[in-house]
Design a protein around this ligand. Structure first.
Ligand code: SF4
Length: 520
């Protein structure tokens, strides 16, 4: 009998499942509480059937699913609190049939595989929905699907029904990503291409990581005129390209690389770090006192900034920044390839704005292929595949990228085509909607389907938002995706066969071999 079971992320133990403790640091107590929380959410979804659940019930479903995403919340007390809220709302709705958490990952291998894929997709979509909601955007169809999806997880279905549910989920997740795009761009404007420095100025500073732009904006407001600089980290990098965020002069640059390097990069940092979302790794004692969490992020013993009616008081972080004082001299940092500057901000609005240049370059033969190389980064050594892949792409190709997987190559200068950098960073994983929009616009411009375009998706996955995005791409009928660094442990051989037969999904091999197969 194992102490826990979790196989939701790419780094799962032995490529099969974490059974004694999570490679991510998740303890059995937390894994069990997460399963109990999911069961409580299924109970709430059952109780809500045919009724109108309250706004608080909707938010509990979203926040709880988000809290169970990898590297988000390690705090048993917070998970208990969320479960209590879910149970309380279930009672208010008149009660529902209980779901046994012990059965979540048990039963026929293929059913477990399909059920898990839907659950993990819902976890990813909850993150997108929550970011949109804090910015005041909600889509009732998306919100209702959390209940539908959770109920479906607690029911029996044939394989075909499961596949149908997954495709329906993919389409709903596209709506959710569109909602988040609207929330971000209506709040902060359309991203504009922006060069971001990797130099940290002397003096007090704060590092902000995760994906939540509202948290960053509130911190920028509260640090106005205080002589404290703000640096983004990881997935917060694209914040520099939003007009309503870049207007703050203290938003100076980006510190560090992708999330998995945090234990090295945060050690001895003379500044506090705010985690607005994943990916939080168990902090080392050398810097644990400098970490602040907020929103759904949690870790026992770390200081947490609470939300009070949509407002957060970041003064404890500001005090900490002044106390730590920053460095005495400016410090120049680099990306993993030695680059000192990063360029971001090529969201769908910016890329469509350059559509004439791109189409003319394709017609002239200056651009022969587009690659979308993106997704989540992780610690596996095999992930240097993505660096090598990008370095080896032909000079007449454009690399669209997004999410933290880009830290493998976003400091490389691989040239320009028609004045456009060959690497176009479209933003966070939360901005995958941009990639879909650009692919559809290219197909429209060249009067063909997305699968007929000279476009190949080469994706890296790590956590559950990648599962949600993959299901959206499949629901759009996109074929020939290259996926790595390894295939998900939760995809059973039979389910994989279906995905390969239907969508021609490939596991990555070597950059040379894959490039040969793609462009000859
Ligand atoms: Fe293991 Fe990943 Fe689950 Fe953590 S989230 S326990 S590493 S499978």
């Amino acid at each position: 009998m194992s102490d826990m079971f979790c196989f939701q992320c790419e780094q799962t133990a032995g490529g099969t499942g974490c059974t004694s403790v999570g490679i991510c640091g998740k303890k059995p107590e937390v894994a069990i509480k997460q399963d109990e929380l999911i069961s409580a959410l299924i109970g709430l979804a059952r109780a809500a059937e045919g009724k109108t659940p309250s706004k608080y019930a909707d938010e509990t479903e979203m926040q709880s699913l988000f809290a169970t995403v990898t590297n988000v919340n390690f705090d048993p007390a917070r998970l208990d609190e969320l479960k209590k809220m879910a149970d309380g709302m279930t009672v208010k709705l008149g009660g529902g049939k209980e779901f046994n958490p012990g059965t979540l990952f048990q039963g026929d291998k293929d059913v477990v595989s399909l059920r898990s894929m839907l659950l993990f997709g819902l976890r990813g979509m909850a993150a997108y929905a929550w970011h949109a909601r804090v910015l005041g955007k909600d889509d009732p169809e998306v919100t209702a699907w959390f209940y539908k999806g959770l109920r479906a997880i607690g029911e029996e279905h044939t394989i075909d029904e499961w596949l149908g549910l997954l495709m329906e989920f993919g389409k709903i997740n596209l709506k959710c990503m569109a909602l988040l795009d609207k929330a971000n761009t209506s709040s902060y404007g359309h991203p504009v291409p922006t060069k971001v420095s990797m130099k940290v100025d002397k003096g007090p500073f704060i590092v902000v990581t995760g994906h939540d732009l509202l948290d960053l904006q509130q911190l920028l407001e509260q640090t106005k005129g205080k002589g404290i600089n703000i640096y983004t980290h990881g997935e917060m990098l694209p914040a520099h390209c939003y007009p309503e965020l870049k207007k703050y002069p203290q938003l100076k640059g980006n510190f560090g690389t992708a999330w998995q390097n945090q234990q090295k990069e945060f050690a001895n940092l003379p500044a506090p770090i705010l985690f607005t979302t994943n990916c939080l790794m168990p902090p080392k004692p050398s810097y644990a006192d400098n970490i602040f969490t907020t929103s759904v992020v949690g870790y026992p013993g770390l200081k947490h900034i609470h939300d009070k009616a949509g407002k957060k008081d970041f003064s404890p972080i500001i005090v900490k920044a002044i106390e730590l004082g920053g460095w005495k001299e400016d410090k120049q940092f680099t990306g993993i390839n030695g680059g000192k500057e990063l360029t971001t901000g090529f969201g769908h609005h910016a890329v469509m704005g350059a559509a004439d240049t791109i189409i003319a370059a394709v017609k002239k033969g200056d651009i022969k292929h587009f690659f979308l190389v993106g997704g989540c980064d992780g610690a596996k050594t095999g992930r240097n595949y993505y660096t090598e892949f990008v370095k080896k792409t032909p000079k007449d190709s454009i690399i669209l990228t997004l999410a933290c997987g880009k830290y493998r190559f976003n400091d490389l200068n691989i040239g320009e085509i028609g004045g456009l950098p060959r690497i176009l960073d479209m933003g966070q994983c939360n901005d995958s909607y941009s990639a879909v929009q650009v692919a559809l616009a290219l197909a429209d411009a060249f009067k063909c389907g997305v699968n007929e375009l000279p476009l190949t998706l080469v994706l890296s996955w790590y956590e559950q938002k990648a599962v949600a995005i993959l299901l959206t791409l499949l629901s759009l009928g996109i074929k020939n995706i290259y996926l790595g660094p390894t295939l998900p442990a939760f995809i059973s051989p039979n389910v994989l066969k279906v995905l390969v037969d239907k969508f021609n999904i490939h596991a990555i091999s070597t950059p040379e071999e894959d490039l040969r197969a793609i462009i000859g």
